[in-house]
Each structure stands twice: as structure tokens, then as C-alpha cells.
Design a protein around this ligand. Structure first.
Ligand SMILES: *[C@@H]1O[C@H](CO)[C@@H](O)[C@H](O)[C@H]1NC(C)=O
Ligand SMILES: *[C@@H]1O[C@H](CO)[C@@H](O)[C@H](O)[C@H]1NC(C)=O
Length: 531
């Protein structure tokens, strides 16, 4: 009994000692709390708002005449989608004389759901804006005749690191005492050296002031001012206030990591080695004869290039051969899910997207597309697809987004392009291209193909990529399209019939509703126009 008590006591003692030792060895580090919801510097915003009306009051009595031709180019409050009306309604008229048509997107939801959809969309949009707006978006105005000199652009510091703030100076009228102060919000201000006859207050703090009766000494001191980021919150901006008597200025310091490169070994120098640079990706569904024709045609010209196939057929057949990767997906996962899977497995610098019913010919010169991406900053370049009729399409589309108010923005799609690329007379810059394109693998993976778009989708990828994908299109790299035109006297095979049922659903179907629903909610559009 006694020995049991002793053992228990001993055990308690040991535990206490252990706990104490543990507490002692615990790193004695004080953690600060950071509000990682980016916030706009309130001080700066107030300054701008306070000063603009001042200017207005003095000038508001002076008359002016609106120049309608220019004023009408300015963004309006809100946007509308307007189609072109009239014209003759004949077959092929849309092909020959494309007219603009407008489509509302809220029709993807029935009336009882629409209200709630809008509320949820507004909530998500608000949090999106909080993530993507930075203090660099705040308007800063430099005042006339400010005696303050400071950097306006290009100042950057790594998180928690220190930098000299170059270019600071005061050019003031003679006075007894010259004083300047600097105020940061995400870091501290200090000096890397001290200059005689300058009084420094608050060095190493968020607010530092310098004063001297000798202007040259003060300016010498300003050359040694440093900024140290102290709150770890990368990809933000510290707006620093720089003040002297009667004058204020603000400038921004970017706080961010460097970009980590992702480089690809592209094989030997000299001629482009397509097998080392490019992976061909495709998605198949039921059409195995077409896929085999595609593979055979690729092998004629590129015997060792890797081909990645995503397959969501119900009864997948085996596809094998050297340099072929066949990924089987759950039945009917869909078009964009398949694209995503295929692209996620690419390990080369570039990925070529093809449909499973394309055929390579002597005109399918991938080297030309590689050359465009190697020698420009474009991320993606489309080629041309030739139909059995001889008709060749590049399907170039420009995409523009007109800002709207609570109802959402307006999406405008138009056939066409912006300009020819210098050095490549057959290539242009545009926003969207056909289903046959070569792209930087990393960029395509970043934009991604929304797997919710299961059936009818293509341009949605370019809409998601607008602003991050730099797109070109060349009409001299041509792939053939296995015939698509249905001739009434040729009976379709069983697999073609099933395929058509999935791939070309009627316009009023769920697939179209899903697509419009995504444009409405995910991309926050109210309507779209296209020609
Ligand atoms: C509206 O659509 C939802 C699903 O999309 C459905 O559950 C609901 O019954 C529909 N309401 C009406 C009134 O049609
Ligand atoms: C081209 O690249 C492939 C794959 O990396 C490699 O096997 C082949 O030897 C290369 N060819 C030449 C000519 O360098």
C-alpha cells in the first residue's frame, strides 16, 4: 500500500518536472497578430478626398462645353447589352453578315431562385474585391510645388527585409528649422547612418521625424533613410506618408516575394526539338476510330512526341503505344474536366490542345507555333482548322468586359483581332482562339478549365483567362478536321449518334443553363453580346 502511494507520488513529481521542462524549452517568441484582410490605407484615402473638392470650389464657376465625341467614350454608370435588330433572316446570313445578338444570363435561374442567387453573388463578389484590391489601387495626387522629393514608382522590399528609400529630399525656402517626417503602417523607418547636426526622433518606429537648421545636412541624412517591413503579409503595399510643414506626400512600397521561376529543360540548342518541348493533349469520348486516326497522323510527323489522352467513355477501350498516356475518368465527367486532367499531367514547357477528331498533315508544323511562343511574350497561340469542305477557321474572338453596377458586368464577344504580330505576318493578337492551340503549360494550368462545364464550352476558358493569358493566332499552321458535316445519305455509326447526343445538346437544355449560370454567378456578368 505504502509503496503504491510512493509510486503515485513519484509519477506526479516526474510529470510536473516534465511539464516544467517542456514549458521552459518552448520557444519564448512573441507573435503579433496581423489582419490579413488587405485594407486600404485609410489615411491616404482621406487625404485625396479632402483635397479634390477644394480644387473644385475654386473652378466650379468657370463654364465649359462637353465634347460629346470624347465624353461618350468614358465609362458609363452601368452597362447594357444591345443587339442589332432587323436584317433578313436567311440560312447562312449569320455566317456571311454576322450581326450582334444580345443574351441576358439571369434566365439560367427561375424567378424564385434569382433573388437569392443575386444576394449570394454580391456577398462572394465583396469578398473577392477585398482580396484583389490593394492600396496600389488608391489614387494618389502629387501637389503642385511641393518641396518634397520622393520615389513615385518601383520601390519594393521582400517580406520582413530592409531597403533604403532612394530619392528622398527637401527643397524648401530658407527657414530656421527644417523638419520632415515619415510614417509607415506595415513596417518601421530608420536611418542606416547618422549625419551631424540632424536631430532624429522615432528611428526604428513607424513614425520618424528628422530636423535640422542646416538644409544640406538634412538632405544628406535623408539619403540614409531605410524602411523595414515588420508585419509579415506578402503581396501587400505599405503607403508611406512623407511630410514637412504645410506639405504632405505619399508613396507606396511593394512588399512581396520574388517570383520563383519554373524553368523547363527544352533539349539541345539549335532547331526546336518538338518532342522535348511539346506534349499533345486531347480528350476523347466514345470516338476511338477518330482518336486512332489522330494518333496515326501525329506519328507520321512526330514519332516521339508524348500524347496524353483523357477518356470518360462508358466502356473505355485500351489505347497503347509508345509515348502515349491514357487516363480513364468516370463516365461522362465531361469536356472541361477532361481537359483539366490531361493538362495537369503535362511535364513539357508547352502543351498542344487538339480535339480527338483532328488529323495532322504536312501543314501542321508545330515548330512554327513553338517559334511564336519562344520569340514573343504570348502565352498561347492558336492555329487553323480546315474542314473537309476546304473551309479554314481560326475562330478569333475579342473579349471585352464593360463594368456594370449591382446587376453585374456586360460581356462582349466579337469576331476579330487587335493587330498583326511583328515578325510573324500570319499571326495576330486576340483574346480567344479555336480548339487547336499551343500554350505555355504553366499558364494553362493556372487558368484551368472549369470542370463544371461538361458539354458545350470553349470560350469560357478564355473568359476566365482574360487579363492573365496573352493570346495570339496564326493561320499558317493548319490541322484537318475529320468531317463533321452530316450527309443525309450516310448513316451515322452508333458511337457517333451517342456522341452527338452528349456533345450537341439543344440550346434550351441544362448544359446551356449551366453555362449561363456560371457566366452569371462565377464571372458576375448580367448579359452578353456576340456576333
Ligand atoms: C427553380 O429551380 C430549382 C432548381 O433549379 C427547382 O428546385 C425549383 O423547383 C424551381 N422552382 C420553380 C418555381 O420552378
Ligand atoms: C529530342 O527530345 C527527345 C525527348 O526529350 C529526346 O529523346 C531526343 O533525343 C531529342 N532529339 C534530339 C535530336 O535532340
Amino acid at each position: 500500500m505504502r509503496s503504491l502511494k510512493k509510486t503515485v507520488l513519484l509519477a506526479i513529481l516526474v510529470s510536473v518536472v516534465l511539464v516544467l521542462a517542456l514549458l521552459h524549452s518552448w520557444p519564448a517568441r512573441a507573435y503579433t497578430t496581423v489582419d490579413v484582410w488587405q485594407q486600404l490605407a485609410p489615411v491616404v484615402e482621406r487625404h485625396v478626398e479632402d483635397r479634390l473638392p477644394l480644387l473644385d470650389r475654386q473652378l466650379s464657376n468657370i463654364p465649359f462645353h462637353v465634347k460629346e465625341s470624347v465624353a461618350s467614350l468614358l465609362p458609363r454608370n452601368g452597362c447594357v447589352c444591345e443587339g442589332e435588330s432587323g436584317g433578313i433572316n436567311l440560312p447562312f446570313v449569320q455566317l456571311l453578315f454576322p450581326r450582334v445578338s444580345a443574351h441576358p444570363l439571369h434566365t439560367a435561374f427561375n424567378a424564385s431562385d434569382l433573388g437569392e442567387m443575386k444576394t449570394r453573388r454580391a456577398k462572394e463578389y465583396e469578398s473577392f474585391q477585398r482580396r484583389f484590391k490593394t492600396p496600389a489601387d488608391v489614387l494618389l495626387i502629387a501637389e503642385a510645388n511641393s518641396p518634397l522629393q520622393y520615389p513615385t514608382q518601383g520601390l519594393e522590399v521582400r517580406p520582413l527585409k530592409t531597403t533604403i528609400i532612394p530619392g528622398l529630399a527637401l527643397h524648401d525656402v530658407p527657414r530656421d528649422l527644417y523638419t520632415v517626417s515619415l510614417t509607415a503602417t506595415l513596417g518601421t523607418i530608420n536611418v542606416a547612418a547618422e549625419v551631424d547636426a540632424v536631430k532624429i526622433k522615432g528611428d526604428g518606429e513607424m513614425h520618424m521625424s528628422l530636423s535640422s537648421s542646416l538644409l544640406p545636412n538634412l538632405n544628406r541624412q535623408l539619403q540614409f533613410v531605410t524602411y523595414t517591413n515588420t508585419l509579415f503579409h506578402p503581396s501587400t503595399i505599405d503607403t508611406v506618408q512623407f511630410e514637412t510643414e504645410g506639405h504632405q506626400a505619399a508613396f507606396s512600397i511593394k512588399i512581396r516575394h520574388g517570383v520563383t521561376p519554373k524553368l523547363y529543360n527544352t533539349g539541345s540548342v539549335g532547331e526546336y526539338n518538338v518532342s522535348a518541348l511539346v506534349t499533345i493533349a486531347t480528350k476523347t469520348f466514345l470516338r476511338y476510330e477518330k482518336l486512332q486516326n489522330l494518333i496515326d497522323s501525329i506519328r507520321k510527323f512526330y514519332p516521339t512526341v508524348t500524347i496524353i489522352i483523357a477518356d470518360d467513355s462508358e466502356n473505355p477501350q485500351s489505347i497503347s503505344g509508345p509515348h502515349i498516356e491514357h487516363y480513364i475518368m468516370p463516365f461522362g465527367k465531361g469536356w472541361f474536366a477532361g481537359r483539366n486532367l490531361a493538362v495537369s499531367q503535362v511535364t513539357t514547357k508547352y502543351v498542344l490542345w487538339v480535339d480527338d477528331d483532328f488529323i495532322f498533315t504536312a501543314n501542321t508544323k508545330l515548330e512554327k507555333l513553338v517559334d511564336v511562343l519562344e520569340r514573343t511574350t504570348l502565352d498561347l497561340v492558336g492555329g487553323a482548322v480546315q474542314e473537309a469542305t476546304g473551309y479554314t477557321a481560326t475562330y478569333r474572338q475579342t473579349i471585352s468586359i464593360e463594368p456594370g453596377e449591382e446587376e453585374g458586368d456586360c460581356l462582349h464577344l466579337r469576331r476579330g483581332f487587335y493587330h498583326v504580330i511583328q515578325g510573324f505576318p500570319n499571326c495576330v493578337v486576340t483574346d480567344g482562339v479555336i480548339n487547336f492551340f499551343l500554350a505555355r503549360t504553366e499558364k494553362v494550368q493556372q487558368v484551368g478549365f472549369d470542370p463544371r462545364l461538361a458539354r458545350v464550352a470553349h470560350l469560357e476558358f478564355f473568359i476566365d483567362g482574360l487579363g492573365s493569358l496573352h493570346v495570339g493566332s496564326c493561320d499558317d499552321v493548319i490541322v484537318n478536321h475529320a468531317t463533321k458535316i452530316k450527309l443525309p445519305w450516310v448513316s451515322q455509326s452508333e458511337s457517333d449518334k451517342t456522341y452527338a447526343k452528349f456533345r450537341y445538346p439543344p440550346a434550351s437544355s441544362d448544359a446551356t443553363r449551366t453555362k449561363n449560370g456560371l457566366l452569371f454567378f462565377k464571372n458576375r456578368f448580367q448579359c452578353l453580346t456576340h456576333n
